[in-house]
Ligand binder design. Structure first.
Ligand SMILES: Cc1cc2nc3c(=O)[nH]c(=O)nc-3n(C[C@H](O)[C@H](O)[C@H](O)COP(=O)(O)O)c2cc1C
Length: 393
């Protein structure tokens, strides 16, 4: 089974990742990983802070002549900010020596891990909390998970995401999204992300894209920030991944955990999701059809029933809260003086949703890949592929 770890701080020398459990014989290159890293860096609503951080993961182990060996795959990625000649970060993030004149950060930022982080770990400086809770870590998550995406792709399983709401601008409802997205993923879900990537807000609807851009511009001017909602689609899945027999084997629960463990994600919907709660039963449940094989007339369940994939595309949505760092300050209280005052602004994204879609596409990949390995098993791609092909349901 795939497992992965990430380590590293936002302004330390770099990020490290280890992906364990990859079968032997999977085609893999640094260029393949880079394409998703580059996608994660692009999107309207970014602040300038990260402009110089062009990410590339270096494969340190587990790959030989372009194919995985079955051994753990170690990845490393440098933080360019740390390496710059005039950088103060080597001093701020020094792993030994004394603090010296390095400033302590004592003003916790609402909406970040800052205050609870220092309370929990008993720091008198918020810096270590900022460094590790930062979404910079998602770069390594994308890198590790992109290997599981490569694994899925070899089996014909594709993942693609797109933005459906930014602030007050979005599709009218489920049916409108379906009318635009569904024709695209009949060719595989990667078509969705490839089309969505043509828009700098990653929205498939060109008029909505323009409105979303305007919304971001407007809220940037107001000094505030935005979140939104995205949809991720997975195609090529067999029926029966996950299980109904035990709570921790239900694939919808596992997918939700992967999304909610990502910075700033506050909710997940499967299929119709919350809209199901406002609808009648006949507007929700998908009728079963038989035309040589079993299928569903509609896919409002989002491809999952009873904790298992139905064989229809998985459709899930995630909601991201607005970025907590904003030009217009919020009130906070200093750790040391205990005095209430305004937050200090540091350059930040206004809306990171278009970029977060790539993270969400990535983090669900190991969940799906593990469900495949659980059902079909195997130590090499050759073995897994032949078992996968024999599946006739
Ligand atoms: C891709 C991505 C980029 C982000 N960029 C920023 C940012 O530039 N500034 C910021 O304040 N928060 C940013 N965030 C959000 C914070 O990481 C997040 O609000 C914080 O970790 C707390 O979230 P939580 O309460 O869900 O743990 C970003 C999140 C993601 C997923």
């Amino acid at each position: 089974m795939f497992r992965y770890f990430t380590a590293g701080e936002s302004h330390g020398p770099g990020l490290t990742g280890i992906l364990e459990g990859a079968p032997a014989g999977l085609q893999l290159s640094e260029d393949f990983i880079e394409q998703h890293l580059v996608r994660r860096q692009k999107g309207y609503g970014r602040g300038g802070r990260m402009a110089f951080e062009k990410d590339r993961a270096i494969i340190q182990s587990g790959v030989r002549f372009g194919k995985t060996t079955g051994a753990p795959i170690a990845l490393s990625m440098i933080n360019r900010a740390f390496e710059k000649d005039d950088s103060n970060w080597p001093k701020v993030m020094a792993k030994d020596g004394e603090r010296g004149d390095v400033e302590r950060i004592t003003l916790p930022r609402p909406g970040h891990a800052d205050l609870v982080g220092v309370q929990k770990y008993r720091f008198d400086d918020i810096r270590p909390v900022i460094e590790r809770s930062s979404a910079r870590e998602t770069a390594m998550r994308v890198a590790c998970c992109s290997i599981t995406r490569a694994f899925l792709k070899e089996l014909g399983i594709e993942i693609g995401g797109h933005v459906i709401q930014i602030g007050s601008v979005g599709y009218k409802g489920w049916d409108e999204v379906r009318s635009i997205a569904d024709p695209l993923f009949s060719k595989g879900a990667e078509t969705i992300y490839k089309e969505a990537d043509k828009s700098d807000v990653r929205c498939l609807h060109s008029e909505l894209s323009a409105e979303m851009r305007e919304e971001i511009k407007l809220r940037r001017k107001e000094g505030t920030s935005l979140g939104g909602i995205y949809e991720i689609v997975v195609t090529g899945l067999p029926a029966g991944l996950g299980s109904y027999v035990h709570w921790d084997r239900k694939i919808d629960g596992q997918l939700a955990q992967a999304i909610l463990s990502t910075q700033a994600m506050k909710g997940v919907e499967i299929g119709l999701g919350f809209e199901a709660g406002r609808s009648r039963g006949h507007e929700v449940h998908d009728e079963i059809t038989y035309d040589g094989h079993f299928s569903r007339r509609t896919n409002r369940a989002g491809g999952i029933e009873g904790g298992m994939t139905t064989g229809m595309p998985v459709i899930l949505r995630g909601v991201m809260k607005p970025i907590p760092t904003m030009i217009k300050p919020l009130r906070t209280a200093d750790l040391e003086t205990k005095k209430e005052q305004e937050t200090r602004y540091e350059r930040s994204d206004v809306c990171a949703l278009p970029r977060a879609v790539v993270v969400a596409e990535s983090v669900i990949a190991p969940v799906i890949a593990n469900a495949i390995l659980e059902k079909f098993g195997g130590d090499s791609m050759e073995e897994i592929k032949s078992r996968f092909k024999q599946n006739d349901r």
